[in-house]
Design a protein around this ligand. Sequence first.
Ligand code: ASP
Ligand code: MG
Length: 406
Amino acid sequence: MKIIVQKFGGTSLLTDERRKRCAKKVIELKKSGEEPVVVVSAIGRKGDSYATDSLLNLVDIDFSSREDLDMLMSCGEIISAVIFSNILQKTGYKAKSLSGEMAGIITDNNYSDAQIKCINAKYIKDLLKKDIIPVVAGFQGKSEEGFITTLGRGGSDTTAIALAVALNAERVEIYSDVPGLYTADPKIVKGAKIIDKTEYEELFNISYHGAKIVSIEAAEMALKSDDLVMELKSTFSPEKGTRVSKMVEEDKVYFQTKKFARAVTHIPDITQISIELEKDIDEDKRRLKIYRVLAKKDISLDMFTISPGVLIFNINSKDRDKANEVLKELKVNYRLRNNCAKISIVGTRIHGVPGIMAKIANCLYRKKIKIIQIVDSHSTISCLIDEKDVNKALKTLHEEFNLGNN
Ligand code: ASP
Ligand code: MG
């Protein structure tokens, strides 16, 4: 039995016409003798009636428990699953909608951002044996204490990949309004190209640094899968999209030998915090206190720089007020720099390649773009810049590294 997981995003399900277009892809697979397992997101985006954000607007969040909020958010995907299954049945195919729990997905108790701990794929397999197409509500599961959980925003991708792994699927197809993984955001960089083939590590790095094609958690989960093939495609256009897999052809496995830059990405809405500390032997202890207090408030920190008397890091701008409060209470001397963004050159094995930083610095300098902070890893170099310079920076770096022609 060749199982293929097909996941459809919210915009792909917005209208009856679009849902039928998605259903057609499922039926085509079924007709070719493969076994589709469908995963759906909630219908539409912010503002559309059944989208996750619209559901959240139905209650006063301050007066809802986390368990209740997850119950509420899970409804969007459940509605989608029922409607989608209905379309398949109207077309003459046997189908069954399933909540995350019914699909056997067990998570931890971290409501609104739960992690999948285990999948009991038996029920789905039983349906497949009876020739029934399972249509699974994405983004949800059941906690160990028995309540509905959700998997964090964008979590339907995670459901799809986790199910594909659990079912030992041949392939997972992720359909959205984007035709593939790009070398840069195509809305900003005209010459951005779809990366036709890549490996999971690269998908993870590019997603982690800002590309929005799959959720970061999903990309991370896919990293662990051994021989899964993933296809990222548009529901609306016929491009082949991006194929993600180990580089295998029959008995041969290929390893990446070249070192190169692959994409330029960006993450907006960053606030930089610079703290001045007294320079003495207790400096590290004071830093530690700051990390701890911010962690307690659930504020995630990124891009650390320390030097004598200095601590610099970045936070998501949504946490700015919370951070301000905490730092005032700690009576430390600090400055905020608002409206920053992180741009990253993401590549394969670019550590140890001389000249990459020089190239980045040279081309940003030429365009009069100020680099506020830099951080690197074995596959990325990231610069913090002012948000107003993002488009210019992406265009110039994309051109400088010739990413459109790789
Ligand atoms: N509906 C959820 C969200 O908006 C999950 C998803 O679409 O993947 O985040
Ligand atoms: Mg999504």
